[in-house]
Design a protein around this ligand. Structure first.
Ligand SMILES: [Zn+2]
Length: 71
């Protein structure tokens, strides 16, 4: 289940919420009960792995002259 980070604009606290993607944009109250929170878009982590590892890029090598296009 994806994890979303929220920040409370009332007390400045940040907290994480695990919720289904279908509820990703739903508001969430902070642990102190404030309802004035904003969702931070930067931290959406699947599988709970490294967390900071970016999605693997396309494999390097080959490119245009990898032999498929004959250029
Ligand atoms: Zn708060």
């Amino acid at each position: 289940m994806p994890r979303y980070e929220f920040r409370c604009r009332a007390c400045g606290d940040t907290f994480e919420v695990n919720r289904p993607m279908s509820e990703a944009s739903a508001p969430s109250a902070c642990p102190q009960g404030h309802a004035d929170t904003v969702k931070l878009l930067s931290t959406v982590a699947f599988n709970g792995g490294g967390g900071t590892a970016p999605r693997p890029a396309a494999p390097a090598g080959g490119g245009c002259c990898g032999g498929a296009c004959g250029c």
